[in-house]
Design a protein around this ligand. Sequence first.
Ligand code: ADP
Ligand code: GN1
Ligand code: MG
Length: 386
Amino acid sequence: MAQNHLLDQSQQSSIEEIVQKFLPQSPIANIQRFGSGNINDTFLISLKDNLKDNFKGNLPVQHSSHFILQQINTAVFKKPPMVMQNIRIYAEHVRDRLQASPLDRRWEIPQILPTEEGHDYWQTEQGEFWRSLSFIEGSQSFDVIADVERAREVGYALGTFHHLTSDLAATRLADTLEGFHITPRYLRQYEQILAKGNRHISPEVDYCMRFVSDRQGLAHILEDAKAGKLQERTIHGDPKVNNILFDRQTQLAVSIIDLDTVKSGLIHYDIGDCLRSGCNLRGEETEQWEDVTFEIELCQGILQGYLAKASSFLTESDYAYIYDAIRVITFELGLRFFTDYLAGNIYFHAQHPEHNLWRSLVQFRLVASIESQESAIKQIIVDSSK
Ligand code: ADP
Ligand code: GN1
Ligand code: MG
């Protein structure tokens, strides 16, 4: 989401106050809103370079002059301490694993920067939860992936995440967001909202309602597969392309961030989400929703990159569900955006009342494009698995 990156004076001073909880008396050079996430409020804090060494003892990355400060969205994550605990378990697991068998290239895990009192978050008197994370230096994220080389890197990043967590027992992780990616549940929520009435009728709303009603059966495919076909593992939950960071110099993927939904689930949610977000050249935010298509070359690139890291732990059944995963998760996101629009935009950050409606149209259009290329996509999956 494009955000206004400027802060007014009172926002600036409240953020400065929060920063003090993590780095007392640290000299701040600049505070800016950062990234384009739909859930949390993210700020990049820059420290004054000439003084930063005085405080480096408290910084997770030595000599770093930036860090990320985030307000966790408590309307979404009801128990932020659980979120932080999961991130810690994940980060420690991956750190140990990388120490035992390092990768042959740069790979970074965002580190939790504790408060002065040693806690993983700061809770204000108003009940806000703030956390601080190391900034992955020299990195950038993209809302849209435009070429096959970068697509391969997106796949590599997700494959690396699944590879490094393949031995992290999902039972160690708390459920930070109940019902996340349980598509039939989103369908029920949609039906409940619909039953309340009061919706504004327009051709776009009509299109979305018909789209959902024509594809209700889609909602059950992955959940049904949990009965014997697919097993639950540790997942990222939200591996869309702007949650993957690239090294500005090498252009290689160097990190996967936004770890709030690292928990137990089907890795198919991740594979589907990565492909739906990585294969849409127009991006999730386009208003030209009628032009949205699922790009098959990018799909091939992402799968190649992913399978280079993940083929060793995928079963035949896993492969058999990849196509369905792509359209189910795309349909699910369209449904989630549409439901949020109908509910009055209470979940996803939105800049205007129709924002989530437009977003849902983009995802539904993508579903239609995926379906129209079913045999080509299935062929790519078969070819990439060889
Ligand atoms: P949201 O849940 O709102 O999507 P994210 O954790 O994804 O929040 O953060 C929003 C954006 O901020 C990311 O897409 C990325 O561009 C940037 N960002 C977040 N954490 C880091 C980090 N540790 N290092 C560098 N950039 C980051
Ligand atoms: C949210 O936080 P962000 O912007 O990375 C959402 C994802 C959606 C995505 C769509 C916790 O991700 O599930 O796929 O928006 N995260 C949560 O852009 O709901
Ligand atoms: Mg994000």
